[in-house]
Design a protein around this ligand. Structure first.
Ligand code: UDP
Ligand code: MG
Length: 316
């Protein structure tokens, strides 16, 4: 099979018939053998029954439906696990990505030898509230991942050599930097293609500012782990033990001072003059401790494929 088109969707009933007809047209015009994998991410509208209808008219249409809304990353991951085509194309369901890009993306993987080609929505039709954080995000992602030639990490339209999707696990908010995951897995030949972007025709965007914050946390911990592995846990453990020993020593010193020089100036100095210094020092260290334990929590939970425990309600 030439191409698997993986389409994650959440409440997109209006666009689906138009989208699948368009893909079908492009595939037939180019003589591609293909499958369309719709991943219904727990839609609460009629999306799933619309897909059922579409599948009756085209045996290339398949679907997996989640028991509830788990997010775009688990949806893509499910598509990746099932995709059979030599080239895997992902696209959004809202008609913002154009199926007309498929033949060129396919050619770039097959003939130019790219492992992954990412779309670049050079001219975007999104509100400013969205394009500005996106610019910021892309600058960070470029820096962190070291993939300097990409302008638009999060573009939903991407093409992959099949083996690449089999070797990456997308969870949490990782769909924003799949090129980085691919690079970490050893697939470094990553290209970009300027793609046409359209305004959303039906429905509304499913992503708000909270997802950008989550996106940054995922990127930060991913970077940390790919660079240092689980080393920080050991370093922090060592640091904690050291601090504990120093604290213990300080307490002992104060106790001994109390015993040997109950009413002297030295003891007076310790309990009055410098008590504020130690209090602030203690709160600073406590803050650091809380921060580090939170950070370790993020490292463990964010980079755990356990996050991909989604439930599939139906597939066909
Ligand atoms: N999507 C999804 N699960 C979600 C949110 C979004 O599968 O929890 C799908 C959505 O239906 C669409 C794609 O991901 O096909 C991109 O979402 P959207 O168009 O809302 O994002 P934007 O284009 O605004 O970045
Ligand atoms: Mg969209």
């Amino acid at each position: 099979m030439d191409i698997s088109v993986v389409i994650p969707l959440y409440n997109e009933e209006e666009s689906l018939p138009e989208l699948s007809a368009w893909i079908e047209r492009v595939m037939n015009a180019n003589g591609f053998t293909y499958e369309i994998l719709f991943i219904d991410d727990g839609s609460t509208d009629r999306s799933l029954s619309v897909i059922h209808e579409l599948a009756k008219g085209n045996p290339a249409i398949h679907a997996v439906s989640f028991s509830r809304n788990y997010g775009k990353s688990p949806a893509l991951n499910t598509g990746f696990r099932r995709a059979k085509g030599d080239v895997v194309i992902t696209m959004d369901a809202d008609l913002q990505d154009s199926p007309d890009e498929i033949p060129e993306l396919y050619r770039m993987i097959k003939e130019d030898g790219y492992d992954l080609v990412s779309g670049w929505k050079k001219k975007r039709y999104d509100p400013l509230s969205k394009t500005i954080p996106t610019k910021l995000f892309n600058a960070t992602a470029r820096k962190v991942s070291g993939i300097k030639n990409l302008h638009d990490f999060n573009c939903g339209l991407k093409a992959y050599r099949n083996v690449v999707v089999k070797h990456i696990e997308v969870y949490g908010d990782m769909h924003r930097y799949i090129p980085y995951l691919a690079k970490n897995a050893g697939y470094r030949n990553i290209g970009e293609k300027v793609v046409h972007h359209q305004a959303r025709k039906y429905g509304h965007t499913k992503f708000g500012l909270d997802r950008f914050i989550n996106g940054y946390l995922d990127l930060g911990t991913l970077w940390f782990q790919s660079k240092f592995g689980v080393k920080p846990m050991h370093i922090f453990g060592l640091l904690g033990s050291l601090m504990f020993l120093i604290g213990l020593l300080a307490v002992l010193v104060v106790l001994i001072l109390k015993i040997v020089s109950m009413n002297s100036d030295t003891y007076h100095f310790y309990v009055t003059k410098s008590v504020y210094f130690y209090l602030s020092l203690a709160s600073m260290i406590m803050g650091l401790q809380f921060f580090l334990s939170g950070f370790i929590g993020e490292l463990i939970t964010r980079n755990s494929p356990e996050r991909n425990n989604y439930l599939i309600a139906e597939e066909f």
